[in-house]
Design a protein around this ligand. Structure first.
Ligand code: 1CP
Length: 368
């Protein structure tokens, strides 16, 4: 065992930059905070080097490796938050499913769920503290190694998104196998979604206990659901997660901001802004001003530059960021992309994006 794998005492260093946490709560900040989904990733040469020849999930199981990968983008860019390096699919693994990362293909389940009877093969009562202990150790270690530079975000996949992977057996554009369950086996679908919700709640509470200062829930496959299916199979579970996590945290006097990101789920924006999350993350298909109108100042917003805008020249990136900031305003806003960075993106343009957010938001705030 690496010496960094040992649990460290939790007297964490004092936070020096709280702009992200303030923005989550709609409070005043000196600049608009910014981070990027997939900021730790293959677009960074140092990431490719660290990951070379190593199994993806073995990397996820090494707290020292996760810590290093989380810190890499922070050494290059003045991001206002770090997100722990891990993956949403560690939950199906903890439930007993085999998940492999296949080069050129992405995550693959050799034996996905096919019929409701297969639910019996799953570990429904997962000992989260034992099975996902490696994530908690990675969070504790990273929170220390960040030295209070910026807050650390923990995350999870949402129940519907995880269910979709568990049935599809990997990525899919239609999610038709998983949606077949919704229409053909609604009861079994709810049984699985409920099972996942219970595990997710414990998992998020464990992340906070380990040192996570904010939590993001990724409903990456919201876009495959229509409004009615979203109402039935996604939203109630998203709400349950936030409510249960917050109720539990309250008991110990803690209050950790939560972000919900339902990709392509614009039909659910009003509901998402009333589902106990402080922040709603947006993909790039939503206009900033209309998102503000539809959420009526109830929540902070996060997003939503088209990641492909990072292929533009730097001056154009500045112009796009300027419009985005003017659309969202500087209060209750966290700048981000509308989805993750792609491996072929130029790190220099990521730097230009971060710099544009900081510079233009300071300019707007100085005008006030
Ligand atoms: O070898 C590699 O480096 C593979 C690329 C990669 C990376 C960098 C994968 C495989 N996962 C990750 C890390 C990861 N995954 C993070 C790290 C923190 C950061 O953002 O910097 C996070 C937050 C995730 C979450 C995740 N994994 C999501 C939700 C976000 C999203 O993209 O919508 C999803 C859907 C996954 C599944 C997954 N893991 C990896 C891939 C290529 C995929 C998508 C597969 C597909 O559906 O096609």
């Amino acid at each position: 065992m690496d010496k960094d794998d040992l649990i460290l005492p939790k007297d964490f260093p004092k936070l020096k930059n709280d702009a992200f946490l303030l923005a989550c709560r709609g409070q005043e900040t000196p600049h608009v905070p910014v981070w990027c989904m997939r900021q730790a990733g293959r677009y960074l040469p140092e990431f490719r080097e660290s990951r070379a020849g190593k199994d993806f999930f073995a990397t996820c199981r090494s707290p020292a490796a996760c810590c290093e990968l989380t810190l890499q983008p922070l050494r290059r860019f003045p991001f206002d938050a770090a997100i722990i390096f891990s993956d949403i699919l560690v939950i199906p693994q903890a439930m007993g499913m085999d998940v492999q990362m296949v080069a050129g293909k992405g995550p693959t389940f050799p034996e996905p769920l096919k019929e409701p009877e297969d639910l019996l093969l799953l570990q429904s009562k997962v000992d989260v503290n034992k099975e996902l202990d490696y994530v908690f150790k990675a969070i504790t270690l990273t929170r220390h190694k960040l030295e209070g530079k910026v807050p650390l975000i923990g995350f999870t996949g949402a129940p519907w998104t995880l269910m979709a992977y568990m049935i599809e057996g990997g990525g899919s554009t239609t999610q038709s196998k998983a949606k077949r369950w919704l229409y053909r086996h609604p009861e079994a679908s709810h049984q699985l979604l409920k099972m996942l919700t219970d595990i997710i709640v414990e998992y998020l509470l464990g992340q906070v206990a380990a040192g996570a200062q904010a939590l993001q829930v990724f409903e990456s496959h919201a876009g495959c659901l229509g409004p009615a299916e979203f109402q039935e199979f996604s939203l109630p579970y998203l709400r349950d997660i936030a409510r249960k996590v917050k109720d539990q945290l309250k008991v110990s006097g803690q209050d950790v901001p939560m972000i919900v990101f339902a990709k392509d789920g614009h039909y659910g924006l009003e509901d998402l802004s009333q589902s106990h999350y402080e922040v709603v993350g947006l993909d790039w298909t939503i206009d900033p001003r209309s998102a503000r109108e539809r959420t009526g100042g109830k929540v902070s917003l996060q997003g939503n530059m088209d990641p492909c805008a990072l292929y533009a020249p730097k001056e154009r990136i500045y112009e796009i960021v300027k419009k985005m900031l003017e659309g969202f305003g500087t209060r209750g806003y966290i700048a981000n992309l509308g989805h993750g960075l792609y491996p072929d993106m130029d790190p220099e343009n990521v730097g230009a994006f971060v710099e544009a957010v900081h510079a233009h938001s300071r300019h707007l705030l100085n005008l006030k």
